[in-house]
Design a protein around this ligand. Sequence first.
Ligand code: NAP
Length: 282
Amino acid sequence: MNINSMTKIIGLLGHPVKHSFSPQIHNYLCEKYNQNNIYCCFDVEKQKLKSAVEGIKTFGMIGCNVTIPHKVDIIKYIDQIDKNADIIGAVNTIKNIDGKLIGFNTDGVGFVKSILEKGYALKNKRVLIIGAGGACRSICVELASQGVSYLEIRNRSLDKANQISKTIKNNFSLDVICDTKSIDENDLNNIDILINTTPIGMESKLCPIDENLTPKGNILVCDIVYKPHNTALLNWAKKNNLNVVHGIDMLINQGLHAFYIWTGIKATKEDEEYIKDLYNKM
Ligand code: NAP
């Protein structure tokens, strides 16, 4: 990487940021595609967020990623917001266009890409999602945008699930069913895609569904948890000969989409594999 007087900065604003994998993704892409940019992480406390956002303009930065806890609060400091990011109510990517800051949300887009790139379609599919947090919210908006025909959320509590349901109903012609009950075989036999968006399985062997269930249909099972790579849910799916999508694919694809927003460059499948390799070596 040749840093010189023309090098522009892309930042990550979050608190904390020290475990972020984003510098590896974006500095690799900048170097490969000869972009004279450098990606740096900035640990920004809540009360300093406004001045950090002003810094994007002051320093003529290309833009930034935004992570916990600023994804919602940052909206009040930017100039414009993309339609789906507005529906989601959270921004994880900002592009600086001549001093005007535009906010996007690439989480759900990254998830959707991880399914489509494996050759699966989403239009008219029946989807069951476990969990109702921030990731579920962005995934639901993108699934609705892709034209799924049925969307159900199962969460241990109803409040956040109902809020997501209301958002989808208000913006798409789709009803979202919400329930707290655990998943049974009838549920599995009634869907095309099952997605875990809870942290269950993260750094543990816990599974968000009963591992004794044996589905009849050929459902696609996705887990957005990326550590471990093979979660208990994905191991259950493989044992039942079901196809799977790993959480790391969403993590990388949301980054690749942010890079596309900043530079107009579409990273290749080869880039994705290279970045996956980098991640596995971490
Ligand atoms: P979040 O906003 O905190 O939401 C978590 C959801 O899971 C909530 O609905 C919560 O239920 C439910 N939940 C949490 N612990 C549970 C438990 N022990 N049993 C049952 N339900 C439980 O989190 P998030 O930002 O959506 O992230 C969720 C997970 O996705 C995390 O593991 C995160 O690392 C991962 N993630 C991955 C990617 C990726 O790129 N692969 C991107 C974003 C997030 P309540 O509503 O009742 O609290």
